[in-house]
Design a protein around this ligand. Structure first.
Ligand code: GDP
Ligand code: MG
Length: 452
């Protein structure tokens, strides 16, 4: 019914997968095709995200739509860097309601595919697999933006067979990680089986199917999670902390519940004490057609979930990417909310006297991911925290007697100058990367060498 339409919020979708498997190209294609083929005005501009309204998806997918549809559209998060997906968390678990795990069908599972699977598993995020780059199958005849059924009808038997083989290889890989899967058009129950959708982010083939399956999944399994009262105090995840000319420090936020307004008191997560401040401005990107304007942003008074928004407020300098932003509702105590947000960070941080490595990461999400991976490998952790590598970290690493554990692992963080001189003086091994897999691999390789 009409009433339900207004109550469901837009599901948040994120694209995950190994570097170069096509995340950016797929998002560009979804955005580009839908923008190019239909009224550009229908695509709402967001900060850090793109919203594709249901009407546009419906047009794009043609007759494919039969369901009784109620979600207003899909909000795709533009993962800015390849490390960013690890920080896409929310209070309830994953910030994403749904995920697309993209796999280059010619390469199969790669390290970051596995990292992504582990994150999806941990957060219990429903996902589909986009088996990408099908246009690279030898002999493939592309049919621009075609639904899979139409595209397959034009392929030779040999090509179809190759595709089948590659899909079954993915089915095998997914099974290893505990997921039953199948080609999406052979699935009766999407709660039990993960759908694999062959696509090409270059030709657009299979993208109508991908959008349809996503909307279907949201309709069937997320309805409960998507019911919102827009009047509820806003709740969001900080994607990025950014300096903007004339605005100072701002937050790029995905609001996943409720509403935020100019003048609202907000509580913002930091590595230590949360910030309590007031919203000075809420900014959306200026529509592309208004090219004459010097301003990059349009101010708005209110924003309702789900939405990508830039928040300008005083005192945001120490805000932490990946942590929470909360609007303080009427009658709520900001200090109590601050305590809650602080405990989210405390829950991930490790600070004990046991023997183990020193781990520093850029966001709570990445820290949480790393702690999980290290635990899975039985590598003890002495300190796990967000922020740059400090002199104190080096001294604590030096105090660890086990030479294999007297090390620092840094994920996408800088080393402060006084820490650097201490590292040289005390000769502490430091491993750094912005890919979880690479970081752990280089440390493990070093351990193997040391043991010999
Ligand atoms: P990301 O690192 O996952 O964001 O991957 P990109 O989107 O940057 O893609 C990596 C490379 O693969 C680029 O050169 C793309 O043009 C190419 N690529 C992505 N999707 C496809 C596809 O469906 N077919 C083909 N042939 N190339 C693709
Ligand atoms: Mg990319």
């Amino acid at each position: 019914s009409k009433e339900e339409v207004s109550q469901l919020r837009t599901p948040i979708v994120c694209v995950m997968g190994h570097v170069d498997h096509g995340k950016t190209t797929l998002l560009d294609r979804i955005r580009g095709t839908t923008v190019a083929q239909y009224e550009a005005g229908a695509i709402t501009q967001h900060i850090g995200a793109t919203e594709i309204p249901l009407s546009v998806i419906q047009q794009f997918c043609g007759s494919g739509f039969k369901a009784n549809l109620m979600v207003p559209g899909l909000l795709f998060i533009d993962t800015p860097g390849h490390h960013a997906f690890t920080s896409l968390r929310s209070r309830g678990g994953s910030l994403a309601d749904l995920a697309i795990l993209i796999v280059d069908i010619n390469e199969g599972f790669q390290p970051q595919t596995i990292e992504s699977i582990n994150i999806l598993k941990r957060f219990k995020t429903p996902f589909v697999v986009a088996a990408n780059k099908i246009d690279r199958i030898p002999g493939w005849r592309p049919v621009e933006n075609a639904p899979m059924e139409k595209s397959l009808a034009g392929q030779t038997e040999r090509v179809v067979e190759t595709l089948e083989t590659k899909i079954y290889e993915l089915v095998g890989e997914l099974y290893k990680y505990g997921f039953d899967s199948n080609r999406y058009d052979r699935i009766a129950d999407f709660t039990k089986t993960v759908g694999i959708i062959p696509v090409s982010a270059i030709t657009g083939e299979g993208i109508p199917d991908l959008l349809l399956v996503l909307v279907g999944l949201a309709q069937r399994f997320l309805k409960q999670n998507l019911v919102i009262e827009s009047s509820r105090p806003g709740m969001g995840t900080i994607l990025e902390v950014k300096e903007e000319r004339g605005l100072g420090t701002t937050l790029d936020v995905i609001l996943y519940d409720g509403m935020i307004s100019v003048g609202d008191t907000i509580v913002v997560g930091t590595p230590r004490e949360p910030i309590i401040t007031k919203v000075r401005a809420l900014l959306k990107p200026r529509p592309l057609k208004e090219i004459r304007s010097e301003e990059r942003f349009t101010p708005v008074k209110h924003v309702v979930a789900a939405s990508g928004i830039k928040v300008s407020a005083p005192k945001l300098e120490t805000a932490l990417a990946g942590s929470t932003i909360r609007v303080v509702g009427e009658g709520e105590d900001p200090e109590a909310i601050a305590k809650e947000i602080r405990s989210e960070i405390e829950a991930v941080r490790i600070d004990t006297d046991t023997v183990g490595v020193i781990l520093k990461a850029d966001t709570i999400g990445s820290l949480e991911g790393l702690v999980g991976e290290l635990r899975a490998k039985n590598i003890p952790i002495h300190v796990a925290d967000v922020g740059p590598v400090t002199r104190r970290d080096v001294i604590r690493a030096a105090a660890i007697k086990d030479p294999l554990l007297s090390v620092i692992l840094g994920f996408n963080v800088e080393i402060l100058p006084d820490a650097l001189s201490e590292i040289q003086k005390l000769d502490i091994p430091v491993f750094q990367s912005d890919v979880i897999y690479t970081l752990l691999e280089s440390y493990e390789e070093w351990m193997e060498e040391k043991k010999m």
